[in-house]
Design a protein around this ligand. Structure first.
Ligand SMILES: C[S@@+](CC[C@H](N)C(=O)[O-])C[C@H]1O[C@@H](n2cnc3c(N)ncnc32)[C@H](O)[C@@H]1O
Length: 246
């Protein structure tokens, strides 16, 4: 019965978002979303997100330097960097390589780089996380991925690439919204919003069990916590946070 109600409500949400569905049908939504809407939306909303998640992000990135090379330098590869909202949490002595399949974040990313002068920046690589072929095997100390695995086409392939490019003993840091517990109201509302959310927010899936994918990947050690993010009335309260060592 709950499934039928969720389906009905999902149709109602789709009806409310009809203009977006029409634009999508005409092939106009995706380019507009990638070029204008999503970069603008991320720049505006991530300020609030970072304020609310401040403690979690500070705790997450606190021990990054434990993975630095003997000279005290840390090479960091960030996947789906977006507007660069994590830079403020990275310690000095990091050299960051930014990647994103969407080149339209570059202008806002440059603004974040200008604000975070304590870091050194490498080239921006326009590529999805599924294809990091420009990064050699076992060449980076740390890979960072926040709010990205919900949007990638193939989580398993991205995790495989992460394991490939990490040095042995290197770490993968993650913070992702995930599927809520199946019996919860939260999961019910995730089902309701899922199709429209994915269309509006550039392929973002609300119901991925990303923790299971990380557990299945070939890391030697995983520190993973399920947390309840402080975003009431939204379908992105269930999060996972932590790091995994190659
Ligand atoms: C919700 S934004 C998060 C941006 C940034 N990581 C943050 O935390 O502010 C999702 C990002 O993932 C990127 N993305 C989408 N598909 C991807 C893929 N297959 N591989 C890597 N990044 C991807 C998007 O272009 C976007 O920049």
């Amino acid at each position: 019965m709950a499934e039928i109600v969720a389906l009905f409500l999902a149709l109602c949400v789709q009806l409310l978002a009809l203009p977006v569905y029409v634009l999508s049908f005409l092939g106009l939504w995706d380019p507009f979303c990638k070029k204008v809407f999503f970069p603008f939306f991320m720049e505006k909303t991530m300020v609030n997100y970072n304020q609310k998640m401040l403690r979690h992000k500070q705790d997450l990135f606190r021990n990054m330097m434990d993975f630095a090379d003997p000279s005290g330098k840390l090479s960091v590869l960030e996947l789906g960097t977006g507007t660069g909202t994590n830079f403020q949490f990275f310690p000095p002595n990091c050299r960051i390589t930014c990647t994103d399949p969407n080149p339209h974040f570059k202008e806002r990313l440059a603004k974040s780089m200008a604000k975070n002068k304590h870091l050194e920046y490498g080239n921006f690589i326009t590529t999805p996380g599924e294809d990091l072929s420009q990064i050699p095997d076992a060449s980076v100390d740390v890979v960072v991925c926040t709010l990205v695995l919900c949007s990638v086409k193939n989580v398993e392939a991205v995790l495989r690439e992460i394991c490939r490019v990490l040095k042995p003993g290197g770490a993968f840091y993650f913070l992702e919204h995930v599927a809520a517990e199946r019996s919860s109201w939260s999961f019910f509302w995730q089902q309701v919003y899922r199709p429209t959310w994915a269309l509006v927010f550039d392929g973002c899936s609300l119901t991925r069990a990303i923790w299971a994918d990380i557990e299945k990947a070939s890391f030697s050690e995983i520190k993973l916590k399920h947390i309840h993010a402080p975003f009431p009335w939204t379908p992105i309260q269930a999060h996972i946070v932590g790091y995994a060592v190659k």
